[in-house]
Design a protein around this ligand. Structure first.
Ligand code: GAL
Length: 986
């Protein structure tokens, strides 16, 4: 349908027209600005392009080669996805969904099994990660600590550091010597990937993490100055920064010496607001003053190195009422991210990182005591690598920041008065272009419709409850000017012969876009819904936003050569809308679940991406492109009046991959260490008398702390030989673990019992040192013996994080003291933990269970002699039993299947399971604690086309019957497409 000259859409009586007419009354007269030159396509995504680049900033934003860059970054941790091929998958998803940067903690402990040893091979290949990020077109924000927190063991400090002299996170020279070792190793790689050199895309580099302990003391300042100097000396020349734990003004420029050298320093601060609070103003609209957030550092741009994209959950599900990360995603949903992120933007925060955007898995012994294996975080991309609906606001904002450059330079502007309760309006303006931005936030529980007097937006606007929206006025849009829009602009770019602008809002909303059109335009409705009216030099377009659909309106004007295509869609539709930059100019794809890449050759555009369900495909391509392929196959298209190529038919969805049942289990029990005659002659003698631990060494006893003997992760065994023990009535064993630790004891081969570390109350989670004393009565019939062998297994969980710089990672792990009642028994101890670190899987894969020491978890272990068993099982025995089976998968190579292992049983049964897939420790299940039942098995470690070995190490208290009952594979996601996956070594 085509219309011109004061013609109204023929949709008389539709909602669209009704609202258009409402809006046409009382239009304030608007000076039609002269047409300005189009802003042109955005710069090409960053790459290792061989050119030198200048990374600088002013108070508004970063300036890369003099051009403003709003940094829209997402956090992921390579160490939480132990399959390098999948890094590309997650990075491509982030890039496609609007992020232009990835921020990464680099965890010292993951790379360093021992002092002086640094390993960046295999799953630890930082160089490969940085290359992949550059190939994906993402900048990198590198955060190697040395302390990272991050809910990892010791906050990233290596286990061996717990047994060294030196006060960590201060200027203590011993500590700094180790720190320098680490930074040398990591910087050697980072240096080669700096964007300044054109050899990579590392754009910013963080030192330390939320360092608040010694801010006002010389040791703190010296420490920061040392880190700064070291990193610069290593050749890092991109801007450095630190993330202030809150809006404290800590470590603003000038607060420590940077040695007068060149190089720049940014101030940043982190924020994790609760979903219940009104989004705080951390910049322009805050209370101001030196401690007012972004304004604490007036010469540097507003920077949030971490903004909460979810939150972590504790053992037992303490944080989310036992409902796990699904609940995190419900409470911090799309509307949460939208209203907080838009508030941040309104406050001048132009460097923004969402922690986490992909959380991943704290596999092996990585998790800090505060968390369990899954680090899904309720993030926008879930642990199984699926896009979730909360990506919508991130996608829309990310694309907007890329395609609407005005947003990188905003000043606070005149207040807008609204009387509606719970409604807040932020008004900003770009001083160079004169465009205006209004963030309208509704903090109430009901939808609000209001007017915005004095803004030029002359229609009522509606904001859903506890949500926000961004509106613009006087914005250049290709060759035209937007008078105003009540919906967020997402994309504005020239494609082929036309300008395209995409606007997004909530489903069911009426989008209103008004264009300045001095000459009367000719508009063409390409879909049924939109309507418009032209009067007084304004083209007023109204489009109701349907469910995931797209509305298209083509605008042609006598005085502008380039036609403009307006596209309208809702959140679901925005998540299927993919702008992409090619060397011949931008293109836009609509339809599939993901667009990974688009390459042009001759007249063909080759698209690669994912589909989940059947979908249409529409492509706006640069001039001269007439043919399309999808994942290597030509697709038949026709040309539309919207200037696009549309598929004839559909792209197929994904067939649901079948997963086998797990059977053929074999079982073998272990803990021979509990037998009195077990040969422990090659175990380590506990003969130390002093320790650098923060735990006191009891008078007259040897040090029993596992770390002092080089056993830093997982289970540790002790065997004590007792003499002079006749009439011994009881044994008291003091021990120290992370939360959910436990201790099992045997005397002369007989079980004494199991003691579980009491769980601290909610408020002290993350702060406790978790010490307890297990007291066991000696069975009557053993009391007449003069000598005994006491065997003790401690599941010691992990080292504390050291958030307060109090060396809390040095709290002992393992036994701390043994006392005997009724006899003056003497004891000599030997202990045993994990053997040499697995050269492929790294130091955090294994602890010291007998089966681990003997390689029972490894795929090639011969289990022929083991007993065949079936699940469910219900045996009662204190100790360790292993179960192994193998299974084959035959997933179609064109399908990305994400698979998990699910365990279920009667929640009263006191046992726990370490899950080994092809030798890789994929996590710990605690049946009577939870909340995690499904463990993600990353492809690469999981052979999706081939044989896999599963080994379960089951530790049972003996106080109840023990499973496993139900162990099965679960499909967590499937898409046609994916990335090629290299097998991870095993
Ligand atoms: C921050 C810290 C991160 C992470 C986060 C909570 O304080 O910098 O590393 O621990 O909190 O998930």
């Amino acid at each position: 349908m085509e219309l011109s000259r004061r013609t109204f859409s023929a949709l008389a009586g539709t909602a669209a027209l009704g609202l258009a007419l409402t809006g046409s009354g009382g239009v304030p007269s608007r000076a039609h600005g002269a047409r300005t030159a189009p802003t042109g396509p955005p710069p090409a995504p960053p790459s290792a392009d061989g050119a030198r680049h200048v990374v600088d900033f002013d108070r508004y934003s970063l300036l890369v080669d003099g051009r403003r860059l709003a940094l829209w970054s997402g956090e992921m941790h390579p160490f939480r996805l132990p399959s390098p091929s999948l890094w590309r998958d997650v990075l491509q998803k982030m890039r496609a969904h609007g992020f232009n940067a990835v921020s990464v903690h680099v965890s010292w402990n993951y790379h360093s099994p021992a002092p002086g040893r640094y390993d960046f091979s295999g799953v630890r290949d930082l160089d490969l990660f940085l290359r992949t990020a550059a190939e994906t077109g993402l900048y990198v924000v590198l955060r190697p600590g040395p302390y990272i927190n991050g809910e990892v063991d010791g906050g990233g400090f290596p286990g061996w550091l717990t047994a060294t002299r030196g006060h960590a996170r201060t200027a203590d020279p011993t500590y700094l010597r180790y720190v320098d070792e680490w930074l040398t190793a990591v910087d050697e790689i980072a240096v080669r990937h700096q964007f300044t050199r054109g050899t990579g895309t590392v754009l910013l580099y963080q030192i330390e993490n939320e360092y608040a302990a010694y801010v006002d003391e010389p040791t703190g300042r010296e420490y920061m100055a040392h880190l700064y100097g070291k990193v610069r000396a290593d050749g890092i020349d991109v801007p450095l920064f630190h993330n202030d734990k809150g809006r404290n003004g800590y470590w603003v420029p000038g607060s420590f010496s940077t040695g007068g050298g060149k190089g720049r320093w940014l101030y940043g601060f982190d924020g994790y607001p609760s979903p219940d609070e009104v989004p705080p103003d951390w910049g322009y609209f805050g209370p101001g003053g030196p401690r007012g957030g972004a304004s604490a550092s007036p010469r540097t741009p507003g920077f949030m190195p971490e903004f909460g994209g979810g939150w972590f959950d504790a053992w037992g599900g303490a944080t989310f009422d036992g409902k796990g990360y699904a609940q995190a995603r419900r409470t911090r949903d799309a509307a949460y991210e939208r209203r907080f992120c838009l508030t941040n933007l309104a406050n001048g925060i132009t460097l923004h990182n969402t922690y986490m955007t992909f959380g991943g898995t704290s596999w092996g012994w990585l998790p800090a005591p505060a968390v369990y294996t899954s680090y899904d975080y309720g993030a926008a991309i879930d642990e199984a690598r699926n896009a979730t609906p909360k990506l919508a606001p991130m996608h829309q904002i990310g694309q907007m920041l890329r395609y609407v450059p005005d947003l990188a330079k905003l000043d606070r502007a005149k207040g807008v008065r609204v009387s509606d309760e719970g409604l807040k309006v932020y008004h900003l303006t770009n001083p160079d272009t004169g465009s205006h931005v209004y963030v309208v936030r509704n903090d109430s529980d009901g939808e609000v419709t209001t007017t915005l007097p004095g803004t030029g937006i002359d229609v009522p606007v509606t904001v859903p409850p506890r949500d926000a929206t961004l509106m613009t006025t006087d914005l250049e849009l290709g060759h035209r000017k937007l008078a105003y829009s009540t919906v967020q602009p997402m994309v504005s770019m020239p494609v082929g012969r036309q300008d395209i602008a995409v606007f997004t809002g909530r489903r069911g909303e009426m989008a209103r876009v008004v264009l300045d059109c001095p000459g009367e335009p000719h508009a063409t409705r390409l879909d049924a819904e939109p309507a418009w009216v032209y009067e007084d030099g304004l083209l007023r377009v109204n489009a109701p936003l349907g469910a995931g659909g797209l509305s298209r309106v083509l605008v042609e004007s006598p005085d502008v050569d380039t036609p403009m295509l307006l596209l309208f869609t809702d959140d679901a539709g925005a998540l299927r809308m993919w702008p992409y930059e090619t060397p011949s100019g931008p293109l836009l794809v609509y339809g599939p679940a993901l667009l990974r890449s688009a390459t042009l050759s001759g007249a063909t555009v080759h698209l690669a991406g994912d589909t989940i369900g059947e979908t249409g495909l529409e492509v706006w391509a640069p001039r001269g492109i007439t043919h399309v392929t999808w994942n290597g196959r030509p697709v038949r298209t026709r040309l539309t009046r919207a200037g696009s190529l549309v598929i004839v038919g559909v792209l197929p969805g994904v067939p649901r991959p079948a997963l086998p049942a797990l059977d053929g289990w074999r079982r073998r029990t272990e803990n021979p260490e509990s037998a009195p005659d077990f040969d422990d002659s090659d175990w380590t003698v506990a003969d130390r008398t002093t320790s650098f631990s923060t735990t006191r060494v009891p008078d007259g006893q040897p040090v029993l702390f596992a770390d002092d003997y080089g056993f830093h992760y997982g289970d540790v065994w002790y065997r004590g030989r007792l003499t002079d023990a006749r009439d011994m009535e009881s044994v008291s064993l003091a021990y120290s673990t992370g939360t959910q630790g436990l201790l099992m004891a045997w005397l002369d081969g007989r079980p004494l019992g199991t003691h579980r570390m009491p769980v601290p109350d909610k408020d002290s989670v993350g702060q406790g040192t978790w010490t307890a004393t297990a007291a066991f009565a000696v069975p009557e019939r053993l009391r007449e013996r003069d000598t005994h062998v006491l065997s003790v297994l401690v599941r010691r969980m992990q080292h504390d994080q050291d958030g307060g710089a109090r060396d809390t990672h040095k709290a002992a792990r393992g036994l701390t003291e043994a006392t005997f009642k009724g006899a003056s028994a003497k004891v000599s101890w030997r202990l045993q933990g994990a053997g040499a670190p697995d050269p492929v899987r790294g130091p955090l894969n294994n602890g010291g269970l007998y089966g681990e020491r003997e390689g029972w978890h490894l795929p090639d272990h011969d289990d022929d002699g083991w007993d065949a068993v079936e699940f469910p099982r219900a045996g009662r025995r204190q100790g360790v039993a292993w179960y192994r089976t193998a299974f084959r998968l035959g997933v179609d190579p064109g399908v990305d299947a994400s698979v998990g292992l699910t365990l279920d049983d009667d929640p009263d049964r006191a046992y726990r399971v370490q899950i080994f897939l092809n030798g890789w420790n994929m996590g710990q299940y605690i049946n009577d604690v939870g909340p995690q039942h499904t463990f993600v098995l990353p492809n690469g470690i999981l052979r999706t086309r081939g044989r896999n070995t599963l080994a379960l190490a089951v530790l049972s208290d003996g106080s109840t019957p023990s499973g496993p009952r139900d162990v099965r594979l679960t499909l967590l996601g499937a898409a046609a497409g994916g990335v090629p996956v290299e097998p991870v070594d095993d």
